[in-house]
Design a protein around this ligand. Structure first.
Ligand SMILES: Cc1cc2nc3c(=O)[nH]c(=O)nc-3n(C[C@H](O)[C@H](O)[C@H](O)COP(=O)(O)O)c2cc1C
Length: 523
């Protein structure tokens, strides 16, 4: 025995390396059946898998140019990070973009910019930019709501995001006077840190479901009564990344906490079907909206990605004939994000924001309904010039999801579906999310929102207006093709935006329905 041990211990280090490699080669060739490459090219085949796994990071850090990556390129991410940290977010020497590229946005500036009077609210607060419309005012809901910020946090549930991330977002919207959409996972304690909340639910009715998984009006009423910071309710019909796709929340992800918040059983798979059980056609949807608005007093809206228009037309006709219907419509673009979706859906099902929104707005405009509806846009719109374009097309508010995630530290690792998010934003791993300090990150979100609003206000002034709601279609041009390099929005999308009733930002500031820290006198 000693002789054997002595012989083994006298082997040089490279002999050990050879032995390990030989064992790996034997395993590759004879014992594993999963990977053809490592079977056919033992040992070196592993390099391919390793390179494939580190490829995205290598490209992101070393190879991709500043404007190349998707969904958000380095310049876009850098602008969000710098804005969130209140660092210098300017660029020197001029644009590095090819401003002749397809879909490039131009804002037509006025000869002389809009001039603020001495007592204008934007003299004291350069970031004050509330929504020009009030949700639920037209339908005489008991508690109308004017969002105090035109940029807000889009639907992302506790479950897809970590507790620390949700807490950071909620504390952040409180500082920025914006609202926080709960996403489908119910209202968690992390959504309850003082920011305005829009309660959102989908076909799983999480947080407002009965024992059979159906919608419970009783629970809806109680949720609103217990949580006065809930300012509006959003019924999710679809989202851009996966319209018409249901989902399963695996039992192993359902912890005691998630089970309590969502109103489901611990450890048991939960199905979110593609369809709602509370309604099955457009008239029933309208009745459902009215029933919730009546029971809670809150404005009620819908969120959807746009494709076919026939059912939207039916909705518009019902709205005309009955005077009922949604108080707001959140239009999500096909480029929208998700915690998890099959690429076939994320890449192909539903229209990109500009096409979907223009189709929908045109339809409601032709029916004379735009004044009644607050139009919300989402789908990579969290940049001032993009937002200016959205406002010129008829949007009244912008919702941001991934841009908000980036402001609190997301590095676009694109692994939200694996529970291994390295920044702790989109994971339930306690270890990974421990790196997030909600107090610091909330300030980052708020700072991003404020910088965004400030730059959008400045662009608006450059175009000669006081508020982005005054943007008209012809104020923005897009590069559309080679012969006619740019066309105004009205000639590109073939409609004119209705003018939004607006009498000055001071009037918005004095509005009794204004959200955020601005205490409405009526409530
Ligand atoms: C992690 C994550 C979770 C999301 N969860 C929901 C959800 O629960 N319900 C929903 O309607 N949309 C959900 N979305 C879509 C966003 O609300 C938003 O509509 C979309 O990402 C477009 O906005 P963005 O381009 O600013 O990210 C989610 C998106 C992300 C990235």
């Amino acid at each position: 025995m000693n002789i054997i041990l002595d012989t083994i211990s006298s082997w040089p280090w490279w002999a050990w390396v050879l032995i390990v490699l030989a064992l790996v080669a034997i395993r590759d060739v004879f014992f594993q059946k999963k990977h053809t490459i490592s079977h056919n090219y033992p040992i070196v085949g592993h390099l391919r898998y390793w390179l494939e796994s580190v490829g995205p990071e290598m490209r992101q850090y070393f190879v991709a140019n500043n404007r190349e990556e998707l969904p958000f390129n380095r310049i876009e991410r850098g602008w969000i990070y710098a804005s969130a940290k209140k660092e210098n977010n300017y660029e020197g020497f001029g644009t590095d973009r090819d401003i002749y590229e397809h879909q490039h946005i131009f804002v037509n500036n006025a000869m002389m910019p809009f001039k603020l009077k001495d007592n204008h609210p934007n003299i004291t607060d350069k970031t004050f930019l509330p929504c020009a419309k009030v949700m639920g005012l037209h339908s005489k809901r008991r508690k109308p709501y004017r969002p105090a910020s035109i940029i807000n946090v889009s639907a992302m549930s506790f479950g897809s995001l970590s507790a620390k991330a949700v807490e950071s977002l909620n504390k952040g919207v409180k500082i920025a006077d914006a609202y926080h959409n709960t996403g489908e996972g119910g209202l968690s304690p992390y959504h309850s840190n003082g920011g305005d909340v829009i309660f959102h639910f989908g076909t799983g009715y999480f947080g407002v479901r009965d024992d059979n998984g159906n919608f419970s009006m009783e629970k809806m009423i109680k949720l609103v009564e217990d949580n006065p910071f809930v300012k509006a309710i959003e019924v999710k019909l679809s989202q851009g990344a996966k319209p018409g796709k249901g989902g399963v929340l695996p039992g192993k992800k359902i912890t005691k906490e998630i089970a309590k918040i969502r109103g489901v059983e611990i450890g048991k798979d939960v199905l979110s079907p593609p369809n709602h059980s509370a309604f099955s056609n457009v008239p029933e949807l309208v009745d459902f909206i009215e029933a919730i608005a009546e029971a809670t007093g809150l404005p009620v809206g819908i969120k959807a990605a746009i494709g076919k228009l026939d059912q939207w037309e039916e909705l518009a006709n019902i709205m005309i004939s009955t005077g009922k219907g949604p108080d707001f419509i959140a239009v999500d673009g096909g480029e929208g994000g998700t915690g998890a979706a099959p690429p076939s859906f994320a890449d192909h099902v539903s229209l990109p924001w500009v096409y979907g929104f223009s189709d929908l707005y045109k339809l409601f405009k032709n029916k004379g309904l735009t004044e009644r509806i607050v139009f919300i846009g989402s789908g990579k719109l969290g940049f001032p010039a993009k937002a200016a374009m959205a406002f010129a097309m008829g949007a009244d508010c912008i919702n941001v999801a991934r841009e908000a995630m980036m402001s609190i530290g997301c590095i676009q690792a694109q692994v939200c579906h694996t529970n291994r998010c390295p920044s702790g934003v989109a994971t339930q791993s306690k270890w990974l999310q421990n790196g997030i300090d909600p107090t610091l990150k909330s300030v980052r979100l708020a700072q991003y929102f404020k910088t965004f609003r400030k730059e959008l206000i400045e662009i608006t002034h450059a175009a000669g207006y006081e508020h982005p709601c005054q943007f008209k279609m012809e104020d923005i041009e897009l590069n559309v093709d080679d012969h006619n390099l740019s066309k105004e929005l009205n000639r590109t999308y073939m409609y004119e935006k209705d003018s939004v009733s607006f009498s000055g930002i001071q009037d918005l500031k004095e509005c009794v329905y204004l959200g955020g820290k601005y205490k409405p006198q009526s409530q």
